[in-house]
Write a protein of this length. Structure first.
Length: 150
């Protein structure tokens, strides 16, 4: 399953980067996730690992992620945070931040999710696709609100 969401946000790329990489507080804008725990010895850069509880459609699981792309905002260069999902549900997520005029940012977020449990999981994920899209749109709206109204 592929889910993509994007938005223009009235905040600088660094503000968004700081929110995205504030691991333990991601639950403030990701309502389906809680109990974040950094499990790597370091908190920034490629190789950071984080575990969290994710609940979607009444199903809770412990998801583990590993950062595989760490390109923070730099002058005139877009930022890119890439993660690999290592838990029950596999896949990857990529968030790109592009600076716009007047301290605004365009955010593109893509999740490529692989269903667990073979064909049964694929069928279930297909049925839940609208819920996943709704969840990521809601998360992005909450991130936007958090970034714009500190």
């Amino acid at each position: 399953m592929l889910v993509t969401v994007s938005a223009d946000i009235s905040a600088a790329p660094q503000r968004l980067w700081d929110l995205l990489t504030d691991w333990e507080n991601q639950g403030e804008w990701m309502r389906e996730a809680s109990d974040f725990e950094v499990t790597s010895p370091h908190r920034s850069g490629v190789g950071v690992t984080v575990a969290t509880t994710v609940r979607i459609a009444g199903i809770a699981t412990r998801d583990r992620i590993r950062v595989d792309v760490w390109e923070p905002p730099a002058e005139s260069a877009p930022a890119h945070l890439g993660i690999v999902h290592l838990g029950w549900g596999k896949g990857r997520g990529d968030i790109h931040l592009t600076e716009l005029p007047n301290a605004h940012t365009h955010l593109d977020w893509t999740e490529r999710l692989q269903p667990p449990l073979g064909l049964a999981g694929a069928a279930g994920m297909h049925l839940l696709a609208p819920l996943f899209v709704h969840t990521f749109r809601r998360d992005l709206a909450r991130l936007r609100s958090t970034a714009e109204h500190p």
